[in-house]
Design a protein around this ligand. Structure first.
Ligand code: AMP
Length: 445
């Protein structure tokens, strides 16, 4: 029996792993420019965190959660999203009292939803996202949206589509819900069973229904924009005007309500279409939330945030050719010549690593040709060849694998020699690739 990964999950390795790591690094670097700091809540939370947080009427909570009783009979859930867990963490640790507001937090990690797997949709997927908690105005909302766009531009995307809407404050949504209930009640006979449930729990959720006929009916439904309170309308247009002033294009999408219950006021999604026209769905979704912190036992603080779907960003970025040459390889591949030098070579390799250079060696006596092939496959910049004769003379042969030039170096001045050899490559790196060696050098300073 050969075991396969659980349906809807996938293994990350090789090119995809490198790509996802790079995307995470670009996103982190971007949000750190906005003074965000990382937070890592646990994967497991008590189920109530999500049922109260993400909301009992959302599809995610009703149908898609990995919930089970632990051995102490407590109902726990593997996070289907991060916002509720981050807010729970802010409340449990009283971060709102011990840190300056607004809190600016970012996260990255796996989330779990029992959905039907399809292109860009998994049961275990990864999100990178942010939460800004304790600030409540149009400028905060706008900054968050701009930061999401900026993160994707930093990756190299040229064409993004920002869809934006306001679902208003509590008053706006209350009157809108009444209008939706009235409208959908007249069509309920023709609608799916789930929508019968949705109309009872929260008629806004009907607008997310994926059944084609129900979507047709939803097209004729009242629009939230006609139910926005004066304050919500003013706030929405302030947000749009800030975004507009920065030259960022957007499309007001009055069907956009987002699937989680905690949202209020502005909500948004960012879409990108791959080079060959594939639509992976929304890369990013987010919005403002008014009542969530209080709902989870904290003070009355508002927040705004978004989550990027890492697999989707990866899919489109790869198609657009934004993830080329990510494997920078290693600095040195050390090739021992003969069984008798293995122990000494082992020690030299450790010394090279302790100097902060990445380095590998076969750890066994292999043929020269095969060792060179390994060096190439690992994209080593240099091969360092060491036989008994070299050891006796305290030297090694250093071969630049791109120029194929070879010279003898002095092993008693190893650091100086390797620094000198690698210097031209570090200049070439244009500052983007911050490797371990640079970190060690910085530490020394
Ligand atoms: P949400 O938490 O539903 O607002 O989703 C935020 C983002 O996470 C979406 O825009 C997607 O990019 C991504 N996402 C959500 N569900 C999945 C899934 N099942 N598989 C892959 N990505 C997902």
């Amino acid at each position: 029996m050969i075991y396969q990964p659980v349906k809807g999950t996938h293994d990350l390795f090789g090119e995809e792993m490198e790509g996802m790591r790079y995307i995470r690094d670009v996103f982190s670097a971007t949000v750190e420019l906005y003074s965000y700091r990382q937070i890592m809540p646990p994967v497991l939370e008590y189920t109530e965190v999500f049922s109260r947080g993400a909301g009992s009427s959302s599809d995610v909570v009703r149908k898609e959660m990995y919930t089970f009783l632990d051995k102490g009979d407590r109902s726990v859930t593997m996070r289907p999203e991060f916002t509720a867990g981050v807010v729970r963490s802010v409340v449990s640790n009283k971060l709102y009292a011990t840190e300056d507001l607004p809190l600016k937090l970012y996260y990255c990690g796996p989330a779990f939803r029992y959905e039907r797997p399809q292109l860009g949709r998994y049961r275990q997927f990864h999100q990178f996202g942010v939460e800004e908690i304790g600030a409540d105005n149009a400028r905060c909302d706008a900054e968050c949206i701009i930061m999401a766009m900026q993160s994707l531009y930093m990756l190299g995307f040229q064409k993004l589509s920002l869809k934006i809407n306001s679902i208003g404050d509590d008053d706006s949504r209350r009157s809108y819900r009444d209008a939706l209930t009235k409208y959908f009640s007249a069509h309920l006979d023709e609608m799916c069973d789930d929508c019968h449930e949705r109309i009872r729990l929260n008629p806004l959720r009907i607008l997310d229904c994926k059944v084609a006929h129900d979507q047709e009916i939803a097209k004729g439904a009242p629009k939230i924009k006609d139910y926005l309170s004066e304050a919500s309308e003013k706030r929405f247009y302030e947000t749009l005007s800030i975004i507009n002033d920065l030259g960022i294009e957007y499309e007001i999408d009055d069907s956009l309500v987002r699937g989680l219950d905690y949202y209020s006021e502005v909500v948004f999604e960012i879409h990108a279409i791959g080079a060959n026209g594939t639509d992976y769905g929304a890369l990013c979704g987010g919005g403002h939330y008014g009542g969530l912190v209080k709902e989870l036992g904290g003070p009355d603080l508002a927040g705004v945030g978004y989550a990027m779907g890492m697999e989707r960003v990866y899919g489109v970025a790869k198609e657009d050719g934004l993830l080329k040459d990510l494997d920078h390889g290693i600095d040195f591949y050390v090739i021992p010549v003969g069984e008798e030098v293995l122990d000494d070579v082992f020690n030299i390799v450790e010394e090279i690593r302790s100097l902060g250079f990445s380095c590998d060696t076969p750890l066994a006596n292999v043929k020269l040709g095969s060792a060179f092939k390994k060096a190439e496959r690992r994209h080593a910049k240099f091969a360092l060849i060491i036989g008994q004769d070299e050891l006796d003379r305290g030297v090694a042969q250093l071969k630049d694998l791109s120029t194929k030039t070879q010279k003898e170096i002095d092993l008693t001045k190893l650091e100086e020699e390797l620094d000198h050899a690698i210097a031209p490559y570090e200049e070439e790196d244009d500052g983007c690739h911050h490797d371990h060696h640079e970190a060690v050098e910085e530490k020394k300073e």
